[in-house]
Design a protein around this ligand. Structure first.
Ligand SMILES: NC(=O)c1ccc[n+]([C@@H]2O[C@H](COP(=O)([O-])OP(=O)(O)OC[C@H]3O[C@@H](n4cnc5c(N)ncnc54)[C@H](OP(=O)(O)O)[C@@H]3O)[C@@H](O)[C@H]2O)c1
Length: 253
């Protein structure tokens, strides 16, 4: 068999830090050649790849703006030319500004939509032909239930998450029925990453999140990363359209 075709390949958007970085490292441990991507933080992207290689994994690092179609097409072309297929696409990238409606500009409001919604749409759309060539094609969408009780301070994030969850429901049916591609969403609870801006440093807030959680802690990035192989390695390959909560049961409180 051509080694190019037997190599498992994954693309993780926004893997220069946080949850995406942990997922990239986890998939490399599973034997995937991982396309690590950064948007602004080149150093972080290279660090992710270095850590993958130090642990015996394989991958490459590229700049990717998920909201720019040319940038998305470029990375898909790279993968097509090197491997001819993609096994796992993880739509993880996100940028948003935590501000109320009164404080936000239109540009700030659009950030979460550009990355979460338009980004997931663009990456999924342009990955379909590559995923179709995989023996076990999977799309993972990193989302949340932030849309259920939308907080006014994270309004754009919450509304974009609602749109992303609707997109997820639609594509998990569409891609499975048309192409046999499974699509599952991983729903983290609060994870202490840069996504929280200044609130990342608020020990009191993180103490409260842990106290309110049924398991009395908040999620680590590794908790979220470990959920991804569970979904893609499903021995029966029947897991599709699941919103897989990785939050200690926090969504039920
Ligand atoms: N943290 C939480 O509590 C939490 C909870 C539920 C769901 N989530 C979701 O989990 C995902 C990851 O969150 P995180 O907390 O790990 O965030 P993070 O630490 O802020 O990381 C965000 C990543 O997205 C990348 N990114 C930003 N804009 C981009 C663009 N236009 N194109 C491509 N990549 C871009 C960043 O790249 P650069 O830094 O290189 O620019 C970075 O790698 C997000 O979708 C988030 O909504 C997070």
């Amino acid at each position: 068999m051509n080694p190019k075709n037997s190599q498992k390949v994954a693309l993780v958007t926004g893997s220069s830090k946080g949850i995406g970085q942990a997922i990239a490292k986890r998939l490399a441990k599973e034997g995937y050649f991982v396309y690590v991507t950064y948007h602004e933080n080149e150093k972080g992207g290279k660090l992710t790849l270095d850590e993958i290689k130090q642990n015996g994994g394989e991958g490459d690092v590229w700049k990717l703006d998920v909201s720019d179609e040319k940038s998305v097409v470029k990375i898909m072309d790279l993968i097509m030319n090197k491997f001819g297929h993609l096994d796992v696409l993880v739509n993880n990238a996100c940028r948003d500004i935590s501000k109320s409606m009164e404080e936000s500009s239109l540009e700030e409001w659009k950030l979460a939509f550009d990355t979460k919604v338009h980004g997931a749409w663009l990456c999924t759309k342009h990955a379909i032909s590559l995923l179709q060539k995989s023996k076990n094609p999977n799309v993972i969408i990193i989302s949340s239930n932030a849309d259920e009780r939308p907080d006014k301070e994270i309004l754009s994030y919450a509304v974009a998450t609602g749109a992303l969850n609707t997109f997820f429901k639609a594509v998990s049916v569409h891609l499975a029925s048309e192409y046999g591609i499974r699509v599952n969403a991983v729903m983290p609870g609060q994870v202490r990453t840069d996504n929280w801006g200044e609130l990342r440093n608020d020990d009191k807030l993180w103490g409260k999140f842990a106290e309110d959680n049924p398991l009395k802690r908040v999620a680590k990035v590794e908790d979220i990363a470990d959920a991804v192989p569970i979904l893609i390695n499903d021995p029966h390959r029947f897991l599709n359209g699941n919103m897989f909560f990785v939050n200690g049961g926090g969504h039920l409180t």
